[in-house]
Design a binder for this molecule. Structure first.
Ligand code: ATP
Ligand code: MG
Length: 418
């Protein structure tokens, strides 16, 4: 993509009214645009990162055997009234309003009330179990404080997975597989997430949150310095300095961002919607359910919080909007020709390139923008580089002169990892 054609631009200064790092950097670098508190447009660069994260999540869900669906965000009151969550959604505030006449609607903030009656149509006997479905969709929550950029949206991207089982052993086994899939998701996104015990509702003692430790997190966890066992402070009987029950080392208190949460629901929703199955003897029993959430937009905000420096963003290659940022310095016709040829060769080899081909922009400004945008690798083509390009990883000072065939070889060998 030619940067001269990109309709967005970086800003000289970060927005003054944003307290969080992710909101400041993502807006300044042209990834997102803020419409109102907790409500963002994803611009071309930002949408590309969000989609990369969503695709990692999708791949890991499909690998579990889950099937992708898309449920409506607009929900009639009746399904929510059936579980009592229309009147009392708990800690979440649901957007609710009237349609035509007296018909009432709300915007979905989770989808147990939609998925449970939906699967009833298809689930009859033990032979239909187990199975799982997921969607990647925008959720809506009337969050009282939406001051943390993508970390707390009023409209935000969520992947929600729901699983259906005949007994607790089957639910437990699937739950453990989801936990492994979640670990892979965060690892692939360049995040170290700590599995943290949190309140589990009526069916299980604990749910499990995936927490990324950073001073800007809104959650507080007790984390064992020895074995990384962790509990959310909201449920915990521990205090900082207490001995870990698993290994005896001390707990420390840490701020963290909750990037995912998995939950054994048991029969809570299957009972509310009379979702049962017939076993081999023809006896009906309620189906056991699990639900599993990840917020891709919050993951994007968390990556920005973790992977940046004083100059700007530093995307892990797996989610970066482009693989390589080619900077053409100067408008000398020979340099222009060479830079065009470099980009063409790279794109032909399947490398995604942001090509800073802008005229009348100084070298200093191009370097500054490249650091702010944060693509993992930068390749400069200038009068000085001759037939070579000057390659540099974002966040490193080491420069490497490479001919185009040598650069392509490095890419083919998979050596272009920051
Ligand atoms: P929190 O305690 O941070 O409000 P939650 O526990 O209510 O979140 P869940 O209902 O467990 O969130 O939602 C599943 C996932 O969706 C969360 O782990 C998080 O990644 C994401 N998420 C939840 N609320 C938001 C939000 N307002 N903005 C962005 N992502 C969110
Ligand atoms: Mg949660």
């Amino acid at each position: 993509m030619r940067q001269s054609a990109l309709f967005t631009r970086t800003e000289r200064v970060a927005p003054a009214d944003e307290p969080s790092v992710n909101a400041r950097l993502l807006q300044q670098a042209g990834y997102v645009d803020k419409l109102a508190a907790g409500i963002y447009t994803y611009l071309p660069l930002g949408l590309s990162v969000l989609k990369a994260i969503q695709n990692i999540v999708r791949e890991e869900m499909l690998a579990l055997g889950a099937q992708e669906i898309l449920m409506p965000a607009l929900n009639p009151k009746e399904v929510w009234a059936a579980t009592g969550r229309w009147q009392d959604p708990g800690p979440v505030v649901m957007y609710q309003f009237k349609g035509h006449g007296q018909t009432e609607y709300g915007l979905g903030w989770t989808h147990e009330e939609i998925v449970t009656p939906m699967v009833k149509r298809f689930l009859h006997s033990y032979r239909d179990l187990p199975f799982s479905v997921f969607q990647i969709q925008d959720k809506f929550r009337n969050e009282p404080r939406a001051k943390s950029g993508l970390l707390r949206g009023r409209e935000f991207s969520m992947k929600d997975l729901y699983s259906f089982h005949r007994d607790a052993a089957d639910l437990d086994a699937f739950y453990d597989r989801v936990m492994m899939a979640y670990r892979r998701v965060y690892e692939r996104c360049g995040l170290q997430a700590v599995v943290t015990e949190a309140s589990g509702g009526a069916f299980a003692k604990y749910s499990h949150e995936f927490q990324v430790v950073t001073p800007y997190g809104e959650d507080t966890i007790f984390l064992c310095t020895g074995c990384a066992y962790a509990q959310n402070r909201e449920i915990s009987q521990y205090h900082a300095g207490d001995a870990c029950p698993k290994c005896g080392q001390a707990f420390v208190e840490a701020k963290a961002i909750e990037v995912g949460n998995i939950f054994k629901l048991g029969t809570r929703f299957s009972e509310a919607f009379h979702l049962s199955y017939l076993d081999e003897q023809g006896k009906a029993s309620p189906v056991l359910m699990g639900c599993y959430g990840i917020g891709p937009s919050r993951v994007m905000g968390a990556i920005a919080e973790i992977h940046h420096d004083e100059h700007g963003l530093r995307w892990p290659a797996s989610v970066a909007p482009f693989h390589l940022h080619v900077l053409r310095l100067g408008s000398d016709p020979a340099v222009m020709k060479r830079a065009d040829a470099v980009v063409q060769a790279l794109e032909k080899a399947g490398v995604s390139v942001l090509y800073d081909d802008r005229d009348k922009v100084t070298a200093g400004e191009k370097f500054h923008d490249a650091d702010l945008i944060g693509i993992p690798w930068r390749a400069v083509v200038s009068a000085k580089t001759g037939e070579a390009v000057e390659l540099k990883a974002r966040g490193s000072d080491a420069l490497e002169q490479l001919t185009v065939p040598a650069l392509l070889k490095k890419i083919h060998l998979g050596n272009l990892k920051p």
